[in-house]
Design a protein around this ligand. Structure first.
Ligand SMILES: CC(C)(COP(=O)(O)OP(=O)(O)OC[C@H]1O[C@@H](n2cnc3c(N)ncnc32)[C@H](O)[C@@H]1OP(=O)(O)O)[C@@H](O)C(=O)NCCC(=O)NCCSC(=O)C[C@](C)(O)C(=O)O
Ligand SMILES: [Mg+2]
Length: 324
């Protein structure tokens, strides 16, 4: 299993020799949606191994089940975050600012003694949406809090505004911290009138823009859903492509999608070893006052060192989760 090969490596190669402080990193390789009104699925989700569990109040829940979804989620929060062998991100997808359901969601979901780790705000179109959300959070969350915020980009207008949205999110955060940009490809395709294809070439620009902007603002980038949940080969291909594009993780809708997706976003043992060697060589050369240096015939400078640090952060975070 994946965990079995990472653990010995972490013990013998990563943790013992790493010289840099381990930075906080919450992995979100698979971000698993669970309709909040469906208690059976909600309870099952906590037995699964997804890095992030998103209890949904939005589009996975029918209009006449929204109240039930809120009640279920609040009940779970009140009992305390369910324990799992491996720590995980407990997220809630509320309804969008434009939906007018958001106040009802927040009035139930963030007014108890326990908050979710992360709020996922769908269909963020512009800076005003964030300001409205931030105002509601100030109104409902009385204590100091630092909830993570996932910002979903799901329309042409949102994509055009994404840089401003990120700039504003980082400045305005009083009760929340932006942690990720997420690509809502189904709504996005509806917004631009694209026809879906097998290769997904119609969303290439949007995917690359979201990754680029996310990384520019030091946020995670979460790739689109693969809706054919009975097609593991297709999922693997799309998940690996997402990892190659630079995404940090991917949205999933079914338990069978978790393992394939998390493997696609997990650095393999060779990559972990490579990253550790680069970091060790970097620290040695820094002490000697050298910036760029040579490693196995390759010129290594800061961008490569940062890539190596990303690999080490992810591997460490998966095994030694620092989320809570
Ligand atoms: C597709 C469905 C209906 C098939 O559900 P099913 O029950 O027919 O499937 P199954 O194969 O029979 O399920 C096997 C077992 O897994 C369970 N199960 C199955 N799914 C889940 C789940 N998600 N969470 C937890 N448990 C789940 C299910 O209850 C069953 O448990 P059992 O063996 O104990 O009886 C089901 O998988 C499901 O409801 N998935 C979530 C759908 C959803 O949330 N969609 C909205 C998110 S995507 C979106 O909004 C778009 C986006 C981003 O905004 C944009 O691109 O714009
Ligand atoms: Mg959507």
């Amino acid at each position: 299993m994946l965990r079995n090969y990472v653990k010995p490596l972490l013990k013998s190669v990563l943790v013992d020799t790493i010289k840099a402080p381990i930075r906080l990193y919450t992995p979100r390789r698979a971000l698993m949606y669970v309709p909040g009104d469906d208690l059976k699925k909600v309870l099952k989700a906590f037995l699964l191994d997804a890095d992030s569990i998103v209890l949904d109040c939005e589009d996975g829940v029918a209009l006449n089940k929204k109240v039930q979804a809120r009640i279920n989620i609040r009940d779970i929060l009140d009992k305390g975050k369910p324990q799992r062998k491996r720590p995980y991100d407990f997220a809630v997808r509320i309804n969008s600012v434009a939906s007018e359901l958001i106040k009802d969601d927040l009035s139930v979901l963030v007014t108890g003694k326990n908050l979710p780790n992360t709020i996922y705000l769908p269909k963020v179109e512009n800076v005003q949406h964030l300001e409205t959300f931030s105002g509601y959070l100030d109104e409902y969350v009385k204590a100091q809090s630092n909830i993570g915020l996932i910002i979903a980009i799901e329309s042409a207008f949102a994509l055009v505004n994404v840089v401003d949205i990120c700039k504003a999110a980082i400045k305005m955060s009083s009760k929340f911290t932006p942690v990720a940009l997420l690509f809502g490809s189904d709504d996005f395709c509806a917004s631009i009138g694209a026809k879906r294809t097998e290769s997904s070439f119609e969303v290439t620009y949007a995917r690359q823009k979201i990754v680029t902007v996310a990384k520019a603002f030091n946020l995670q980038a979460i790739d689109m859903v693969y809706i054919k949940y009975k097609d593991p080969e297709g999922l693997k291909k799309q998940a690996e492509e997402g990892a190659q594009l630079g995404f940090s993780g991917k949205q999933v809708i079914h338990p069978d999608q978790i393992d394939i997706t998390q493997k696609a976003f997990m650095p393999n043992p060779d990559q972990i070893k490579w990253a550790q060697e680069i970091l060790n060589a970097f620290y040695k050369h820094q002490k000697e006052g050298k910036g760029a240096f040579s490693y196995k015939g390759h010129m290594i400078d800061m961008p490569t060192v940062k890539q190596a640090q990303n690999v080490v952060d992810l591997a460490n975070a998966i095994m030694i989760n620092i989320n809570e």
